[in-house]
Design a protein around this ligand. Sequence first.
Ligand SMILES: NC(=O)C1=CN([C@@H]2O[C@H](COP(=O)(O)OP(=O)(O)OC[C@H]3O[C@@H](n4cnc5c(N)ncnc54)[C@H](OP(=O)(O)O)[C@@H]3O)[C@@H](O)[C@H]2O)C=CC1
Ligand SMILES: CC(=O)N[C@@H](CCC(=O)OP(=O)(O)O)C(=O)O
Length: 347
Amino acid sequence: MVTAAVAGASGYAGGEIVRLLLAHPAIEVGALTAASNAGSRLGEVHPHLTPLADRVLVETSAQTLAGHDVVFLALPHGASAALAAQLPDEVVVIDCGADFRLGDAQAWAQFYGSEHAGTWPYGLPELADRDGARHREALAGARRVAVPGCYPTACSLALAPGYVAGLLEPEDVVIVAASGTSGAGKGLKAHLLGAEVMGSMSPYGVGGVHRHTPEVEQNLSRAAGAAVTVSFTPTLAPMPRGILATATAKAAPGATAASVREAWHTAYADEPFVHLLPEGQWPRTADVLGSNCVHVQVALDERAGRVVAVAAVDNLTKGTAGAAVQCANLALGLPETTGLPLTGVAP
Ligand SMILES: NC(=O)C1=CN([C@@H]2O[C@H](COP(=O)(O)OP(=O)(O)OC[C@H]3O[C@@H](n4cnc5c(N)ncnc54)[C@H](OP(=O)(O)O)[C@@H]3O)[C@@H](O)[C@H]2O)C=CC1
Ligand SMILES: CC(=O)N[C@@H](CCC(=O)OP(=O)(O)O)C(=O)O
């Protein structure tokens, strides 16, 4: 049995990792750490994690995380790097934060305004490069993994097959994505007050300033083998979980409805977690809640000359914690799907 510590277990992402590990046959839950909630019982912050309700959260430090085979970091941006540097090289460290996702230090400085910590293998196993190689190849046996942001997971998986197949133009990509409020973390934020979120949708991070923009561009550029530019607009939706990303890109000359469908089918036919829906059926966030699956659909808008691709994920499962466990499975040499839910909880 492998043991895993979860740093930031009092947060939404850390709580979801614990939920998934409780159903994992090969990983045992070790230390659970927190910041302001250190000393509290897990059941006080996450009453839904019933089997471990009496477990006491300890402070986050290299000492409390020592002695585990795997360490999941579910901490605010910037908190992972210093901690990860103190963990032994042989320990599998899976970071849910952004610190090690970007390869471009300049893009990091522009969007995060701090020093770039470095780049780790990117934890989106299903994503393919232009030559068809999947990112999972770099994750097998890895000792450090950067889990993608929740929006980049949905946006990248929606469009990447079109770039790998050469059916999309690299410029003028437009993506609008709606997210449930848990995407913003557990801390109280003025714009997330119940009375202001319920019954209303609102955009934020508008005008190319959201920090997931360079991450999506990085992923699609690898798929295209050329620089892809993206206009990305996130939207807050009155639901606790879920992301629905609607992406459109200019169709390359010669693209047809049949070639588009074939490209997405080829990309995902053998992927256990990414499901291209039957023609005419469109993704809904409710269908992937609590599941590690991504639902995808695509169509060619012949009038506008654009391909429209839509993806739905649960931001806390495939969008963070599920991807983290999937990457831990790959790093540990376990079957990639071990312990991960393939079914949602709809309605
Ligand atoms: N929520 C989501 O959908 C997604 C989140 N992520 C990433 O996962 C990470 C965690 O996010 P999320 O769970 O939503 O955030 P939360 O705010 O819900 O949780 C943050 C966690 O970090 C702890 N913490 C707070 N400040 C510090 C600090 N200075 N040093 C160490 N620990 C600290 C908190 O402890 P305490 O509560 O005890 O103070 C809590 O356990 C972030 O990097 C986020 O960007 C990635 C993809 C999607
Ligand atoms: C609704 C909401 O606020 N979502 C978050 C994204 C959450 C996520 O993926 O986070 P990281 O890149 O921070 O890991 C946001 O837009 O900032």
